[in-house]
Design a protein around this ligand. Structure first.
Ligand code: GLC
Length: 560
């Protein structure tokens, strides 16, 4: 029998440390806080922890702007705390992957400080420096070297007064892009990665890793909405040397390591064809990628229309098919950049528990490695903020300033969109209990807690066997015990049905059938299902011809 990588039967849990657990009473979560929750995670059954960045950082983008890759930011603790976390996770049979943010550094990283100091500094070429556009005086409107927009509003170039040149930042102006064309940059990154693996890390979640190879001619992009700015993506997504760089990284960092690792690349706008290449084991690049198709289905990020289940099904179905033979999917509905799935895809009012569990059932039964974002196992919902003062996220604040300040939109309209799509929806403190700060901290948290923590919290959920939490626990266990969940072939059923999400997973003589009603009305089930009922959401009393609102079932049939 062929052997399969361990992560085919593993579930990853993402921790956003700032919002997970605060141990020192400053209102910000930290690494020692995570240590106090390891038993909680072991109890849930997860195999891997992905820790969002805890490295030294000015925190312009909550740690995705790193100024020292080999140190823990004092706000999160000490290096020794992280060593302990790795050790104690390992003691419980869990692995830890770190966030690798190397498309850019902080502008306060010593590399950038050197780089900006003069045009002939040895590190000048570690970043993307360019003079003003031909015929324009530096600093004048339109003088940026390309028309690219930054992902966080405004141009992707900033003028540096010291040398009179511009530097590229695809994200905030405090996140200058590293120049991966320079071999010294690549070696510095690989050396840092080896250092973390030697310290016990079990791999990396690689931040926007498909942006590291840019088209060096830096062409202008198609204009956005008739304005002066253009789209950067065509020149930077999966650029000309991306596969070469990842293969080099694999050879320099991962090859020959005895310990089993997990490396997952975050890849906005990557296609199925790209993902096949990135995750084909024979090519030695990555184990899996986070693709964005199913979380970017509106025309723009800010176009806050409710997600259509038919679109979700079509999108995930395409990826299942595309990576069926070669490569591997990562399965997620949320993370620290997305709204809460129960609010976005489900019904976070009357059917909060039912829709959280139905969505989780569907996701976890796909072929691929599931990722649970902190709080989703409690059915946490979007934040009900009514004032811009409650928001903290740079992307959100920049967008609000632009839409209200520059485009003259009504603040209430923009706030209504933020309640649907802002990244801060996922970043409110973890709801541990019903006490004033949700058991997250003894102090006022850095971002307001969701008032619904009084009902929705871990303590209550763990005491109730019908809770979202217990359902997640059963799904995770099923991935460990049922080989067809990890490895079975995927076949979509009823592809055109607007509400029912149904499919089979088949391995040897075992067939699992998943049927889920992803709507708030009862629907007729026009599908012959049968076998042993392994799991059902919404309690007992199934009806063979109908599915209750947000009811999901898993059947198992073995022949022979
Ligand atoms: C990734 C991160 C996001 C961050 C951005 C820039 O998309 O997940 O949080 O803002 O990269 O590092």
């Amino acid at each position: 029998m062929a052997t399969h990588p361990w992560w085919t039967a593993a579930v990853v849990y993402q921790i956003y440390p700032r919002s997970f657990a605060d141990s020192d009473g400053d209102g910000i979560g930290d690494v020692p806080g995570v240590l106090t929750k390891l038993d909680y995670l072991a109890d849930l059954g997860v195999d891997v922890i992905w820790l969002s960045p805890i490295f030294t950082s000015p925190q312009d983008d909550n740690g995705y702007d790193i100024s020292d890759y080999r140190a823990v930011d004092p706000v999160f603790g000490k290096l020794a705390d992280l060593d302990r976390l790795i050790e104690q996770a390992h003691d419980r049979g869990m692995r830890i992957i770190l966030d690798l943010v190397v498309n850019h550094t902080s502008d306060e990283h010593p590399w950038f400080i050197e780089s900006r100091s003069s045009t002939d500094n040895p590190k000048r070429d570690w970043y993307w420096w360019r003079p003003a556009r031909d015929g324009y005086a530096a600093g004048s409107p339109g003088a940026e070297p390309t028309n690219w927009a930054s992902a966080f509003s405004g141009p992707a170039w900033d003028l540096d007064e010291t040398t009179g040149e511009y530097y590229l930042h695809l994200f905030s102006r405090k996140q200058p892009d590293l120049n991966w064309e320079n071999p010294a940059v690549r070696q510095a990154v690989y050396s840092m990665m080896r250092w973390w693996l030697d310290r016990g890390a079990d791999g990396f979640r690689m931040d926007v890793i498909n942006l590291i190879s840019k088209d060096p001619s830096l062409p202008d992009g198609p204009p956005i909405g008739g304005g002066p700015l253009g789209v950067a993506w065509e020149a930077v997504v999966c650029g000309p040397r991306i596969h070469e760089f990842l293969q080099e990284m694999h050879a320099e960092v991962f090859a020959g390591r005895p310990a089993p690792l997990l490396n997952v690349g975050e890849m906005p706008l990557a296609t199925i064809q790209d993902a096949v290449l990135f995750t084909d084991p024979a090519r030695r690049e990555l184990d899996m990628v986070f693709q964005f198709d199913h979380v970017t289905m509106g025309p723009t990020k800010w176009d806050a229309r409710p997600a259509k289940i038919a679109d979700l099904k079509a999108s995930l179905g395409r990826w299942q098919e595309g990576l069926a033979k070669i490569g591997w999917n990562s399965l997620y509905l949320s993370n620290h950049d997305q709204p809460r799935p129960v609010s976005h895809f489900g019904d976070d009012g009357r059917y909060r528990v039912e829709s959280s569990t139905a969505l989780a059932t569907v996701l976890h039964l796909h072929r691929g490695t599931p990722y649970v974002y902190q709080g989703d196992e409690l059915g946490m919902t979007n934040a009900p903020f009514t004032s811009i003062d409650d928001y903290r996220d740079i992307e959100t604040l920049n967008h609000y300033a632009y839409d209200v300040g520059v485009r003259g939109q009504q603040p209430d309209r923009v706030l209504a969109d933020l309640r649907k799509v802002s990244r801060d929806n996922a970043r409110t403190p973890m709801q541990w209990d019903s006490s004033p700060h949700a058991g997250f901290s003894t102090a006022t948290p850095w971002i307001p807690v969701n008032p619904n923590h009084v009902e929705i919290n871990a303590e209550t959920a763990m005491a109730d066997t019908g809770s979202v939490w217990h359902h997640y626990r059963r799904l995770i266990e099923l991935r460990h015990t049922e080989r067809a969940v990890a490895l079975g072939d995927f076949t979509m059923l009823l592809p055109d049905h607007p509400h029912i999400y149904a499919f089979t997973r088949q391995l040897d003589d075992v067939t699992l059938t998943v049927v889920a009603n992803l709507s708030s009305s009862t629907v007729e089930l026009d599908l012959a299902v049968g076998g042993e009922l392994l799991l059902v959401t919404g309690g007992v009393g199934t009806d063979s011809t109908h599915l209750k609102p947000w009811e999901a079932r898993i059947y198992r049939r073995a022949v022979g």
